[in-house]
Ligand binder design. Structure first.
Ligand code: NAP
Length: 326
């Protein structure tokens, strides 16, 4: 597993990381034993970077990661998030309340100080106002977290956060169905030394090619209850594209996949070919998925011709289907 530097944190992290939203149960029911087996498989495959949030499963995801950190996961780097609990969102971001949230996350993770706390898609007005950044600086000064970053919905929000000297990392949606960061964000991130954490690398799983049109997800799965953005930004589910259209668009991509390579591997490899990316936090709900994704680190880069064609296809055919601001 190749390592990359996570922006201003200076942490060395595995270029394939693990997204732990699944461990909270928002991709359908999951047993804690499966969560532990998945984390262990990720660790065994060389994954050293894990992304979670206080709200995933109401703290359950952090508890699972915390349990893992006491065992095989010792020494891993964990990024968590703050800002989407009912106590804070959308307009109660007081310093003391945020500090209490960070202490609660540290408790669940079983650590004295958090490695990285990301603002969790907080309202854009808060970013424009800027006071939230001073609060995050204060969280570092108080020793509650070593670093802070921001997980955001749009490239404009990324740019607002990146100008802050304290902002160590940006978490953004970036995949074959959401390519704009490659030409609108990455150069500036590299110049400023801000780490890029890529979420939704597989467009919620669609880019693996394993779903048929009309696929029915469990009621507790956001790919069911948020398929059209009923609960949070539509962009977080299937990258903002209507599911059947997203599945249909795979016909445009498939002819470019080299012989012997899976669609999922191709989608992840394409992301890793961008050197501004620090880590790709592929979300996984089973051990074999973690192993499979980790192995992409060893695959060779895709050719420049493939990259150019994928960009052309995206701009002509796919970007117009995205139902949220990019
Ligand atoms: N606002 C935010 O800050 C925010 C929002 C969204 C996500 N995130 C973070 O980003 C992480 C990644 O995003 P995501 O999980 O939403 O989307 P994703 O990584 O694009 O898709 C994850 C899904 O893809 C499927 N999958 C993964 N690897 C596979 C493989 N090798 N073979 C077959 N299927 C595979 C699994 O589906 P099944 O479960 O159906 O098997 C998995 O649940 C999350 O876990 C979370 O940590 C953050």
């Amino acid at each position: 597993m190749k390592q990359r530097t996570l922006g201003r944190t200076g942490y060395q992290v595995s270029e394939i990381g693990m997204g732990c939203w699944q461990l909270g149960g928002d991709f359908g029911p999951i047993e804690d034993a499966t969560s532990q087996a998945t984390l262990k498989a990720a660790h065994d495959a060389g994954i050293t970077f894990y992304d979670t949030a206080d709200v995933y499963g109401g703290g359950r995801s952090e508890l699972q990661v915390g349990h893992f950190l006491k065992g095989p996961g010792q020494g891993s780097i964990v990024a968590t998030k703050v800002g989407r609990t009912a106590a804070l969102f959308p307009d109660s971001y007081e310093t003391d309340a945020i500090a209490d949230h960070l202490r609660a996350s540290a408790n669940r993770l079983g650590v004295e100080r958090l490695d990285l706390v990301q603002l969790h898609c907080v309202p854009v007005g808060l970013l424009e106002d800027g006071e939230i950044f001073r609060i995050m600086d204060e969280m570092v000064a108080q020793g509650l977290t070593a670093h802070w970053g921001a997980s955001v919905e749009t490239l404009a929000e990324s740019r607002m956060c990146m100008t802050e000297p304290g902002c160590a990392s940006i978490q953004t949606i970036f995949n074959l169905y959401r390519q704009n960061a490659a030409w609108e964000l990455f150069d500036e991130a590299k110049e400023k030394g801000v780490g890029i954490i890529v979420r939704l690398p597989l467009a919620s799983g669609v880019l693996t090619g394993k779903f048929e049109k009309g696929h029915a997800f469990p009621a507790s799965d956001h790919r069911n209850y948020n398929a059209d953005g009923a609960s949070f930004s539509v962009g977080e589910t299937f990258s903002g594209i209507e599911m059947d259209k997203a599945i249909g668009a795979l016909d445009l991509i498939r002819p470019l996949v080299p012989e012997g390579m899976s669609l999922a591997d191709f989608a992840l490899r394409w992301i890793l070919d961008h050197d501004a990316v620090s880590s790709v936090i592929a979300g996984v709900s089973r051990p074999d998925q973690a192993l499979r994704n980790a192995a992409v680190s060893d695959l060779p880069p895709l050719g420049a011709d493939i990259h150019a064609e994928l960009r052309r296809i995206y701009q002509a055919e796919i970007e117009p289907m995205v139902r949220c601001p990019i």
